[in-house]
Design a protein around this ligand. Structure first.
Ligand code: HEM
Ligand SMILES: *[C@@H]1O[C@H](CO)[C@@H](O)[C@H](O)[C@H]1NC(C)=O
Ligand SMILES: *[C@@H]1O[C@H](CO)[C@@H](O)[C@H](O)[C@H]1NC(C)=O
Length: 325
């Protein structure tokens, strides 16, 4: 939180550090004596890449999520190869590998063989969100790197076509409930998607020539202009239209107002339980409810970041993040 200026009393009350001493065998400050520079090195590396290209922040956040949902948060998404997670379709658009490699190289120079790639991912995701304007939080560390990475594992990742029932099922499988689901998908307050992932909603969605009826009419016109029917499917569109650089609650307002981009995002408003959570975050009181999301997001991240982690003498500490030792 240092370096940021928060004005109101409300914020002072809510932004106390998230206190979570231990989580699944992880602990805050795991490297405080073995490699005290670990967290500052990750932070300065993320900062340097962010200065050159701020769109790296959403890239790093998504990279950590995709790591955690397959084989747990164990760096398995980083392994290069022809049949690894990284090579599988849902992971082809992942970005930020170079940032992790850069941080790892510096860490190996300072404290060889100590800091796991899985922890670098978790720390980098936190620092990326911090740089995008949300308060920082303590990341429990001590993850070990996995020794398995297979393209067949990626079926546990959610797809933008998933119904709420399927989204819920995939999150429950990771120990995450509806509150976590809605809160974590709030990550779509930053970053972009290819037209390809949602264009089918704009044209002939029902196979009767109509668009997805959950899209607000004025927004449909806007989206059709951004993604013409036979246009370039790789064109990028903000997941949180009008506010893609800020880690704020605008994403939830958009979902409430029929301006969700991905079908899976808009579906959060079609189920009574997830809708209630979206409404809570979207709110009407400017600022106040944004604070609530900013407080809940770190808690949900700490939970997701602890998914099926390897600790103690499990796995290994990789020397190069893209290769098993
Ligand atoms: C139901 C759950 C989810 C689905 C179906 C989903 C799907 C997607 C899709 C299709 C994209 C666009 C990818 C592209 O075009 O390159 C995307 C982007 C993104 N997702 Fe998710 N996502 C989900 C949950 C999450 C969670 C839990 C996080 C993090 C905590 C997250 C973080 C991001 C970020 C930051 C981006 C932007 C990436 C960029 O700009 O490079 N997503 N997501
Ligand atoms: C919509 O899709 C259906 C089924 O694929 C197809 O038969 C129909 O011709 C399409 N209509 C338009 C307007 O593209
Ligand atoms: C499609 O859009 C992407 C992203 O903006 C761009 O890199 C690519 O060159 C475009 N392709 C064509 C054929 O225009």
């Amino acid at each position: 939180m240092e370096g940021k200026c928060f004005g109101s009393l409300m914020m002072l009350l809510v932004f106390s550090p998230v206190v979570l001493a231990q989580s699944e065998g992880l602990q805050i400050g795991f490297y405080s004596s073995s490699c005290p520079q670990a967290e500052p090195i990750v932070k300065s590396t993320v900062q340097a890449h962010f200065s050159a290209d701020p769109s790296i922040a959403p890239g790093l956040l998504r990279l950590h999520f995709h790591d955690c949902f397959v084989q747990g948060c164990d760096g398995s998404v980083l392994i290069a190869g022809t049949s690894t997670e990284r090579s599988a379709l849902p992971n082809l658009g992942l970005r930020g590998f170079d940032v992790i490699d850069d941080a790892k190289a510096q860490l190996e120079a300072s404290c060889p063989g100590v800091v796991s790639c899985a922890d670098i991912l978790a720390l980098a995701a936190r620092d990326a969100v911090d740089l995008s304007g949300s308060p920082s939080w303590n990341v429990p560390t001590g993850r070990r790197d996995g020794r398995v990475s297979s393209s067949s594992g990626v079926s546990s990742l959610p797809s933008p076509l998933d119904s709420i029932a399927i989204q819920r099922q995939k999150f429950v499988a990771k120990g995450l409930d509806d509150h976590d689901l809605v809160t974590l998908v709030g990550a779509h307050t930053i970053g972009q998607t290819d037209c390809l992932f949602f264009r089918y909603r704009l044209y002939n969605f029902t196979t009767t020539g109509n668009a997805d009826p959950s899209i607000t009419q004025s927004f449909l016109t806007q989206l059709r202009a951004l993604c013409p029917n036979n246009g370039n499917g790789s064109k990028r569109v903000a997941l949180d239209i009008d506010s893609q650089m800020d880690f704020d609650v605008n994403f939830f307002k958009n979902v409430r107002d029929g301006k969700g981009i991905l079908e899976s995002d808009q579906r959060l408003y079609g189920d009574s339980n997830t809708r209630r959570i979206v409404d809570n975050y979207a709110g009407n009181i400017r600022g106040l409810l944004g604070v609530r999301f900013n407080f809940e997001f770190p808690k949900a991240m700490v939970k997701m970041s602890s998914t099926e982690v390897k600790t103690g003498n499990q796995g290994e500490i990789r020397r190069v993040c893209s290769k098993l030792n």
